[in-house]
Design a protein around this ligand. Structure first.
Ligand code: 7TS
Length: 419
């Protein structure tokens, strides 16, 4: 899917964000770290939360908490409604057809594991799961586990030196043995936005289901699962201003209905005897046990917050920050940008000469700049680029150009100290 405005100039008609005002909503951003104003540039790992999300969770615990579904009393009804409002918000955000297609999970990782677990039933020796070389480990290892049990194998679509998916290789590798295509919508290590609509169209024309790992896309651009035509879409609350511990697996109804349950327990059943258990309808069939109701409340608040700002304006602002940071970092002596795809989201991975990324991260932290350093749980793509890891700055809509300057100034210090 192309992502207008992610890297180019602001789109005409897209309002500029009032970032100073937005930052007032985020209590955590207003602090000094090691004697410097905090520049939080580790958003690909986890976002910060606006007060609206924190307040919604507190309000829920102060007024409405009880266990869901099984209760006849008022608080239980309120908790059930709060949980379902979270589901409806997630449905609306990604334009799923119905709420039953929204399964709450602990996050992207659990969502992918749920699909991989279900697929074990039908995988046969010689079957293939098509992934890309730029996947996060959580979109590799669950498939490896499924393959180990079934004799199926991974088929890996390579990336180019720019960090783009080799599309002709994708088309060549999509074949009669492919049982699932599992791809990142946006790469966390490179920032690449994959052409997921084209991927999905090609797979679906052959009846092959597609799972998109949306962990890095969901807070950066408008996602419409019907338009994308994917069968599964996974994302995490904490990567979109919501709480940790909650995420979503979207699945097409017919795919989910064909799946066996993931975990057994309360809420996922209609009736249980020692001879026979009848499973609940969607989505509850996949939600065993007491759910993370506060998580669903926080997720709903996060979604409303993001919608209030507008995903187009978010994409445009992050695109400007990325362009600014890319130019400034690339101009530093010895800089190597890792991931130069034409379509990128707000992720800048780089190395500076032979300085170890961890050392860069430590020196930056001393100057109040939070970035991530390492392999970013994407070791195969690091290996492809012949490196152990990168320093990675990742941007959110509440980041400023001043913070980009602080990053670059910090890198200058690191270079003088360590080069
Ligand atoms: N997929 C992608 C593309 C990701 O970036 C991540 C987390 C996950 C899956 C897993 O998400 P979780 O919420 O279930 O943990 N990525 C990162 C990162 O880049 N740095 O820390 C976590």
């Amino acid at each position: 899917m192309s992502s207008p405005g992610l890297q180019g100039a602001p789109l005409p008609g897209v309002a500029r964000l009032d970032v100073d005002r937005i930052r007032q909503d985020f209590p955590i951003l207003h602090q000094e770290v090691n004697g410097h104003p905090l520049a939080y540039l580790d958003n690909a790992a986890s976002y910060q939360r606006p007060r609206a999300v924190i307040d919604a969770i507190s309000h829920y615990y102060e007024h409405d908490h009880a266990n869901v579904h099984r209760g006849v009393h008022t608080l239980s009804h309120r908790a059930t409604e709060a949980q379902e409002a979270g589901r409806e918000a997630a449905r609306r955000l990604i334009n799923a057809r119905e709420r039953a297609e929204i399964i709450f999970t602990r996050g992207t990782t659990e969502a992918i594991n749920l699909v991989a677990y279900a697929l074990r039933e039908s995988l046969r020796p010689g079957d293939e799961i098509l992934v890309s070389q730029m996947e996060h480990h959580s979109n590799i290892v669950p498939w490896q586990l499924a393959c180990q049990r079934t004799g199926a194998r991974l088929n890996v679509v390579p990336v180019s030196q720019r960090g783009e998916l080799c599309l002709d290789e994708f088309h060549r590798r999509l074949n009669a043995r492919t049982r699932l295509v599992a791809m990142a919508h946006v790469s966390n290590a490179l920032g690449t936005v994959n052409p997921v609509a084209e991927i999905t169209a090609a797979a679906r024309s052959r009846g092959i289901p597609v799972l998109l790992d949306g962990a890095q896309a969901i807070a950066h651009q408008k996602v419409d699962v019907q338009e994308l035509g994917c069968d599964f879409y996974a994302f995490s609350g904490h990567k979109m201003c919501g709480p940790t511990g909650i995420g979503v697996l979207y699945g097409r109804r017919e795919r989910l209905e064909a799946f066996p349950p993931f975990q057994g327990g309360g809420d996922m059943i209609l009736s249980v005897s020692f001879d026979h258990t009848e499973f609940n309808e969607l989505p509850y069939k996949f939600e065993a046990g007491t759910p993370d109701v506060a998580g669903a409340v926080g997720l709903a608040a996060a979604i409303s917050y993001l919608e209030g700002i507008g995903l187009e304006a978010i994409a445009a602002h992050e695109g400007e920050l990325l362009r600014h940071a890319t130019q400034a970092v690339a101009a530093l002596p010895g800089a190597r940008i890792v991931g130069e795809a034409r379509e990128k989201a707000g992720v800048l991975s780089f190395n500076l000469g032979s300085i170890h990324p961890h050392d860069l991260g430590t020196v930056l932290d001393h100057q109040g700049v939070a970035i991530r350093a390492g392999h970013h749980c994407a070791m195969p793509v690091m290996e492809f680029f012949g490196i152990n890891g990168t320093a990675r700055a990742s941007f959110a809509f509440y980041n400023t150009h001043r913070e980009v300057d602080q990053l670059v100034a910090g890198l200058e210090v690191a270079r003088r100290m360590l080069a």
